[in-house]
Design a protein around this ligand. Structure first.
Ligand code: NDP
Length: 278
């Protein structure tokens, strides 16, 4: 069945865990679905997606650095994707068109609330990064009730653009990355940068962490080790990686394509065991 052929597009994509996750959902639900990883440098993405669709491809995921581009090529977008301005899940519509969704934000909230039993209400959040992932989660965290959101991005104009997009002056602030050491402290810090993926160092001051703060890295595996080690050294109360979010955002996408949410616990536990054993 054509609608049971799925793929994730990104660049780089070789280390994506999405194929494993979706194949596990297929096995669990008995739906005969396939899921490929397609390497798509930005200038090739639109053409590759069209070819994929012509060859019978159905629902697809999009990862870095293509989430904004994906948003722009959708004929329709969900309300949440429209607010965030980025799309990570494509739902096929008739005549080759796509409806765009963003499941990153709901995936993060599901991981925090259901797996870790963490309530983000009344936390002051520092969000590092303003790329596709940061945009995807900012609105969800505000909806979930964080008291304030401060955005710091290496390129300040992108942080300003995200803050402008959100609105909410008084609750949403921007800080220069280089001024973080003297900008205050936060009891919730989310790393939404791709520094770890690219092998870079964030070089964050310890002073930004309030005592017993919650730290969450959207990335996972080797890419998350630098930030999580920093968080422990800086005295974080809890330091979590984004593996749970990855599985939850995948389950949200699966539900859009197939109508029901798979059980994420066994899939998460198998991946966690594999990552920890590696
Ligand atoms: P983008 O390419 O859209 O954005 C990258 C962001 O990282 C930008 O804000 C960029 O800043 C910043 N950045 C990159 N390198 C550095 C550095 N050395 N120092 C400081 N900032 C840096 O990527 P995404 O937003 O799509 O992805 C970001 C991360 O989130 C990835 O690690 C990805 O794996 C993870 N992710 C995890 C998900 C999950 O389900 N767990 C879901 C989605 C993403 P600038 O604007 O200055 O370039």
């Amino acid at each position: 069945d054509a609608s049971h052929r799925h793929a994730v597009f990104g660049h780089p994509i070789a280390h994506s865990l999405s194929p494993q996750i979706h194949r596990a959902f297929a096995a669990q639900t008995g739906i005969d679905a396939t899921y490929d990883a397609i390497d798509a440098p930005p200038h090739t993405f639109a053409a590759l997606l069209e070819t994929y669709r012509e060859n019978g491809g159905g629902g697809a995921n999009v990862t870095l650095p293509l989430k904004r581009q994906a948003y722009e090529l959708c004929a329709h977008v969900s309300d949440y994707a429209a607010r965030s301005g980025v799309v990570n899940t494509l739902e096929p519509l008739p005549h080759g068109a796509w409806r765009g969704h963003n499941t990153d934000g709901p995936g993060l909230i599901a991981d925090l609330a259901e797996r870790h039993r963490i309530d983000v209400r009344d936390r002051d959040l520092l969000l590092l990064g303003a790329g596709g992932a940061a945009q995807g989660v900012a609105f969800a965290l505000l909806d979930a009730g964080v008291r304030s959101l401060t955005i710091a991005n290496r390129s300040p104009e992108r942080a300003d653009a995200l803050a402008d997009r959100i609105g909410l002056p008084g609750r949403v602030h921007v800080r220069y990355w280089n001024d973080l050491a003297t900008s205050g402290s936060w009891n919730f810090v989310v790393n939404g940068t791709s520094a770890g993926v690219e092998g870079g160092e964030l070089d964050l001051p310890f002073a930004i962490l309030a005592p017993r703060a919650l730290c969450y890295d959207l990335s996972y595996g080797k890419a998350a080790t630098g930030f999580l080690a920093w968080a422990h050294a800086a005295g974080a109360g809890q330091a979590l990686d984004g593996l749970g979010m990855l599985v939850e955002q995948a389950a949200e996408a699966w539900a859009i394509w197939h109508g029901s949410r798979p059980d994420t616990l066994p899939v998460y536990e198998a991946l966690r065991a594999r990552l920890d054993g590696a």
